[in-house]
Design a binder for this molecule. Structure first.
Ligand SMILES: Cc1cc2nc3c(=O)[nH]c(=O)nc-3n(C[C@H](O)[C@H](O)[C@H](O)COP(=O)(O)O)c2cc1C
Length: 385
């Protein structure tokens, strides 16, 4: 999807209706485990994201009121709308988790994760394995919507397990039929993980199949023009951006500009990147405490400096800091004037290469009409989509 389209017609895309919520611009920060916590969301929101989704929260851990889970399920006072992604495999547990979130007034939108490709999840019939069982998927969606008290519930999907087991079209129909407010497609199979190019044509196919609710496209938006290109090529109603904004949250400013019909601002110089790093680290320190916050900042430091000259040296210094004062010291050593290297825009960030053979429970493919939830073990918190 790397081709840039200079003929992209900007400003032609309206806000997205997510139930009663308005997402403007129709540009969403993708749920990313270990990344899209309240600090990162607030940064992306400030740069112009229309909606920012939490990292994946496990339904059972939420019901058990796990302390860490509750922290990650928290929102900043200014966050609006509050959008949370839930992971679960059991209709009852998921329904109860949605009821808890809604009953306690904790969220304004719930996204259901049916795309997790992680082995220890699919091997037990969770994540991307669930849409293989349409009756189970339907029961889960029905339970979540029934307990939602009217707030929008959406589904996030992959195309299927692998090229021989595509599930997204039927899953999209189920989402629509069960009253979901939107469906997002990461246009890869679970077997493909994050490798190769996303199959945007699948987004177009889903859009042709699902008529009454918005379809959001996801996969390989690294520059603002990619989003316009995806909207035009697929007819999708909005875009979801993951890896492209890692170490580049200002991508949302560029996206907001092109969706408003303006040319995107150029990326910041290294001095500008340093200012965003400071802001991000301070938000993390505030949310997690200084030490834990700066520990979680390390991976971001790697992404922020990626592709710049001397990035290895900068990274080595930045990942050693454990206080905000030390961070300021390390940043002071870095030259402000360096321009953002154009080649850095399309460098892989976060997950990238490798494919897999998707592990499923023994005999799983022989009982696809079954609608019983997989065993409890599948509810362990994991990351991915
Ligand atoms: C570090 C990381 C963590 C992720 N965690 C989740 C998650 O918790 N839930 C989910 O639905 N998708 C998750 N994803 C997948 C993204 O939401 C998105 O679908 C995927 O990265 C493709 O979009 P992109 O090409 O814009 O990155 C994760 C991706 C990355 C890179």
């Amino acid at each position: 999807m790397g081709t840039r389209v200079s003929e992209a017609r900007p400003g032609a895309f309206p806000a997205l209706a997510l139930g009663a919520l308005r997402v403007d611009p129709p540009v969403v920060l993708a749920p990313m485990a270990g990344v899209t916590n309240a600090p990162f969301r607030s940064l992306c929101r400030r740069f112009g994201a229309g909606l920012t989704v939490s990292e994946m929260i496990t339904a059972r851990a939420l019901l058990e009121r796990n302390r860490k889970t509750l922290q990650l399920a928290g929102f900043g006072p200014e966050e609006q709308p509050r959008s949370l992604q839930l992971y679960g495999v059991d209709p009852q547990t998921l329904g109860e988790a949605v009821a808890l979130l809604v009953g306690e007034g904790r969220v304004d939108h719930v996204d259901l994760n049916f795309g997790c490709p992680v082995r220890k999840v699919t091997r037990r019939g969770g994540g991307a394995a669930i849409p293989l069982k349409p009756r189970l998927l339907r029961k889960i969606a029905r339970a979540a919507v029934a307990c939602s008290g009217g707030i929008p519930v959406s589904m996030k999907l992959r195309m299927g397990i692998d090229a021989s087991h595509l599930t997204y079209l039927e899953a999209g129909r189920i989402a629509e039929g069960e009253g979901c407010a939107a469906v997002t497609l990461h246009a890869r199979t679970a077997a493909e993980l994050y490798a190769g190019e996303a199959h945007w044509e699948a987004i177009a196919r889903l859009k042709a199949e699902v008529h009454s609710i918005p379809v959001l496209g996801n996969g390989d938006i690294l520059e603002a023009q990619d989003a316009l290109h995806m909207m035009q090529r697929t007819g999708c109603d909005g875009v979801v951006v993951g890896r492209g904004c890692l170490g580049r949250p200002w991508l949302f400013r560029e996206l907001a500009a092109v969706f408003a019909g303006r040319p995107p601002e150029p990326p910041p110089t290294l001095g500008g990147v340093k200012a965003v790093m400071s802001e991000h680290a301070a938000l993390l320190a505030d949310f997690f405490g200084e030490r834990a916050g700066l520990r979680s900042f390390r991976k971001h430091a790697t992404w922020y400096t990626k592709g710049f000259p001397h990035s290895a040296r900068m990274r080595a210094a930045l990942i050693q800091v454990s206080t905000l004062t030390e961070l300021q010291g390390a940043l002071a050593e870095i030259d402000d004037r360096v321009r953002f290297p154009p080649a850095a825009l399309r460098l892989p960030r976060g997950k990238s290469s490798g494919t897999q053979r998707v592990a499923l429970p023994e005999g799983y493919l022989e009982e696809l009409e079954d609608d019983t939830a997989p065993a409890r073990e599948a509810l362990e918190p994991v990351s991915g989509g």
